[in-house]
Design a binder for this molecule. Structure first.
Ligand code: FES
Length: 67
């Protein structure tokens, strides 16, 4: 594994669901304010979450399709 690969965050597009991000993660607001630091997060891809930018499971209720 190269150094770049070992330090890289990994984004996995989950079927009909959110983006799973793993690695050293910092989520910043539009104004640069730190929202969260973590090693795994699920980011909304359907646009319907009540807790953006995080997935709150609403994609299942709305029948989101990632196709
Ligand atoms: S992807 Fe889960 S709420 Fe949008």
């Amino acid at each position: 594994m190269s150094e770049m690969t070992s330090n890289a965050a990994t984004v996995t597009v989950l079927a009909d669901g959110p983006l799973q991000v793993e690695g050293r993660i910092r989520i910043l607001a539009a104004d640069g304010t730190l929202i969260k630091e973590c090693e795994q997060v699920f980011l909304c891809r359907c646009g319907q979450s009540g807790n953006k930018p995080f997935c709150d499971g609403t994609h299942r209720k709305v029948g989101f399709s990632g196709d």
